[in-house]
Design a protein around this ligand. Structure first.
Ligand code: FES
Length: 164
């Protein structure tokens, strides 16, 4: 009954997610992970529903969510770029790739372009060091990337992206 009420009171229905876990505080992390998997971020409406269902305060839920870097509170960009900054990639030009992407996209690491198309991030190691330096876009790994290759990579994800 509580699930049906929650679904009708907000424009997100997470009753199926809630039904997967015991109704206690120990379920917060997997519930947050499932909510983020569905919406790409922790939608406030879904967190409201979670708060009501678990009967714990919003502060407690936000306390858990902000502790872990995996959770985000804003919608993701259309495409997520990760520049590997691990040792193997760093010594082969990872920093130059990051600098070039920051210039091409006019954002800093951790930021999203104003049109919401790209988000630029660092990653410690993508697990394919033999291909260094690597850049991934939406999980697709590009090997032995140099700054000169980056405009073409961006163009694969945007017809309007100016190549330079
Ligand atoms: S350091 Fe870049 S993939 Fe491992």
């Amino acid at each position: 009954m509580a699930e049906a009420t929650l679904a009708s009171e907000c424009d997100v229905d997470i009753s199926d997610i809630l039904s997967r876990y015991p109704r206690n505080q120990g379920s917060v992390i997997p519930l947050l992970q499932d909510i983020q998997d569905r919406y790409g971020y922790l939608r406030p409406e879904a967190l409201d529903a979670l708060e009501q269902w678990l009967g714990i305060s919003a502060n407690e839920i936000y306390g858990v969510a902000t502790f872990y870097a995996q959770f985000r509170f804003t919608p993701p960009a259309e495409h997520t770029i990760h520049v590997c900054q691990g040792t193997a990639c760093h010594v082969r030009g990872g920093a130059q790739n990051m600098a070039e992407l920051q210039q091409l996209l006019d954002v800093k690491a951790g930021e999203m372009t104003p049109d919401g198309r790209f988000e630029l991030g660092r990653v410690a190691c993508l697990g394919c060091c033999a291909l260094a330096p690597v850049v991934s876009v939406d999980g697709h790994v590009y090997a032995r990337v140099s700054p000169k290759k980056l405009p073409a990579i961006l163009n694969e994800y945007s017809g309007e992206q100016e190549s330079q």
